[in-house]
Design a protein around this ligand. Structure first.
Ligand SMILES: [Zn+2]
Ligand SMILES: [Zn+2]
Length: 601
């Protein structure tokens, strides 16, 4: 076969194709035109169905028989009869097959969207047979709905183009879906223009989040306090989740049926609180929070279509696996180890912090008969305090462990453009590792080549050194809530001792001939990150041992001031999270540190 000749030939597709199949055909024709100057004529085949395309040379007069992809493969590219067949298990996988073909021809994709893509000057004209086989069947991203500020139309409009670009890249890099995380203050389930972008590419629109407050309206409290959780004081409260031993289960199931109509992946999580959302009434007292949460999932699974995958969340007080309740067949566990250590992979035997998380994960695999997915935080600007935290190695080694252990899916929390700025290499590493975990390290170079052009080499050295520096910090959960211990101060001392060398590496990169503006854009992020660490170090020193109130207050003020470093960074770089949410999140942490000091620790 010769791709240049096929570009001048014919593109067969089923005529009754679903929208993503037509989208796949349109994308293939558009990129072949850009690569070879020719687009194959589109030939719908009457009566044909399924998810396939066939590129035929100009002289061919009909497509050959189309085989199904081999068992276990999402798609296959099969060169034959002078042509090339793309055959897929789903319309979404056919879209991925088109992009795999173009990538094999030399195209490189970008989470910044088509503007950041690199097309080859001399595309490969012969392609090997390819099969799409991934380490995880589900490969998703997730973001909190609140970060879209959909109540303020100008802010929503400002960030949508970068989200459309990200969804475009999700399809190109083989992701399967996106979760809009609803929380107690939200008034909608999705961002409709983005739901449409997912749909036309066949990507799954995953729904849900911290939704029990929505599914059991608090207005029912006056007439039915028994639906609501009993607190440890014995009073019913309209805060928290619900009483799973009450008729509330019926109400939640009914409302879930309406809210999630048509969704194939539903996330049914309790309140986003460390503890306190579950019931202690006489009938619930014997049930751990995980058991209570799973009772709700089982009841809702019963009300939804049998092919819906319903996610029970293992997180905070539901991190231990359920003991007395067995999951219904449609219920999967979603393991979200937010307070783990990110300096080490989850299965590193030397990491004491991660040991209980690994055990909890493996117990879920037993209890849920392997139906376990992982929700990870490699792009979490809140957990990492908005600091630059590259985690390429840990991401790859985590995903290799999750794959080996038998997890079926992985998802990654992101905060839009801010995550691409502060954690861009992690997101690329996650995308690669969700297919082949061993390919995560290559993401660092790929990210630097694409984003930093002529300065790719020095920027790779910079990011590698920064990853080592930050590995000393990301060991205790929220970066901005360090434990008040001498050990924390020593750790932060250690990290800051490496700061001059990391700074020098970034300066070297900036001095490279023809370094693009994206290199200079890293400087305020590094300044902010190091100012944050310095403030946290002061705080740890003041709060541990012989406590120094004035110094602790000074440190809290310095933490608040650190964000001035990113104040003048344009919204195109730091995204709407950097423009509107970072300051609020930072104020929360400053207040938390002050409150901790007031509480004596
Ligand atoms: Zn109860
Ligand atoms: Zn560790």
């Amino acid at each position: 076969m010769d791709l240049a000749r096929l570009a001048a030939g014919a593109l067969y597709r089923p005529d009754s194709a679903r929208a993503p199949v037509r989208f796949a055909a349109a994308e293939l024709r558009a990129y072949l035109t850009r690569l070879f100057g020719d687009a194959p004529g589109e030939r719908p085949v009457a009566g044909a169905t399924g998810a396939w395309l066939h590129l035929a040379p100009p002289e061919a007069d009909s497509p050959p028989e189309i085989p199904a992809p081999p068992a276990g493969a999402e798609y296959a590219l099969v060169p034959r009869a002078g042509g090339l067949t793309l055959t897929a298990a789903t319309p979404r996988a056919l879209v991925a097959a088109v992009y795999a073909l173009l990538e094999a021809a030399g195209c490189e994709w970008s989470p910044d969207g088509p503007d950041g893509e690199r097309l080859p000057r001399e595309p490969a004209r012969t392609l090997p047979a390819l099969e799409g086989r991934a380490a995880f069947a589900r490969r998703a991203y997730a973001s909190d709905l609140g970060t879209w500020h959909y109540g303020v139309p100008s802010r929503l409009a400002e960030r949508l183009p970068s989200d459309v670009a990200f969804i475009d890249w999700m399809a190109k890099s083989g992701a399967t879906g996106f979760l809009f995380i609803r929380a107690a203050n939200d008034t909608q389930w999705t961002v409709p223009p983005l739901a449409a972008e997912l749909e036309r590419r066949g990507l799954a629109l995953e729904l849900g989040g911290h939704v029990l407050t929505e599914l059991l309206p608090r207005s029912l409290f006056a007439a039915h306090p028994e639906y609501f959780p009993s607190t440890s004081g014995g009073e019913r409260s309209d805060l928290g989740n619900l009483c799973p031993s009450s008729a509330a289960l019926g109400i939640v199931s009914e409302r879930a049926r309406a809210a999630f109509a048509g969704a194939a992946e539903v996330h049914l999580w309790g309140l986003d609180a460390l503890e306190g959302g579950w019931c202690t009434c006489e009938r619930c007292a014997r049930l751990a929070p995980s058991d209570q949460a799973l009772l709700v999932c089982n009841a809702v699974a019963d009300a939804l279509a049998p092919d819906v995958r319903l996610f029970h969340l293992a997180y905070h007080d539901t991190l231990p696996p359920p003991e007395s309740v067995r999951p219904a067949p449609g219920v999967s566990a979603e393991f979200a180890p937010r307070e783990r250590c990110y300096a080490h992979p989850l299965d590193d035997p030397a990491c004491v912090t991660n040991r209980p998380y690994r055990q909890a994960f493996e117990h879920h695999l037993e209890r849920f008969a392997g139906r376990v997915h992982v929700f990870e935080y490699y792009g979490d600007a809140i957990l990492f305090g908005g600091c630059a935290v590259p985690l390429v190695d840990v991401c790859g080694r985590d995903l290799e462990y999750y794959r080996r252990a038998g997890a079926r899916g992985v998802s990654c929390l992101t905060f839009g453009r801010y995550s691409l700025w502060a954690h861009g290499a992690n997101i690329e590493a996650f995308a690669r590792a969700s297919f082949r975990p061993a390919e995560a390290p290559a993401a660092r170079t790929a990210h630097c080549v694409r984003r930093f052009g002529a300065a790719a080499g020095p920027m790779t050295r910079y990011l590698t050194a920064l990853e080592t520096l930050m590995a000393r910090v990301v060991t205790y959960g929220d970066v901005k809530l360090p434990p008040a211990r001498d050990a924390t101060r020593a750790t932060l001392d250690d990290a800051l001792a490496a700061a001059p060398e990391v700074r020098r590496l970034l300066r070297d990169a900036a001095a490279t001939a023809r370094a693009p503006a994206s290199v200079a854009a890293e400087e305020p992020l590094l300044d902010y990150t190091l100012a944050t660490l310095a403030a946290l170090r002061q705080w740890a020193a003041a709060a541990a041992g012989a406590r120094d109130e004035a110094a602790a207050e000074h440190a809290a003020t310095a933490l608040g001031d650190a964000i001035r470093h990113v104040a003048s960074v344009p919204v195109e770089v730091k995204g709407s999270w950097g423009a509107y949410d970072l300051e609020i999140a930072n104020a929360f942490y400053v207040a938390s540190l002050r409150a901790r000091r007031a509480a004596g620790g």
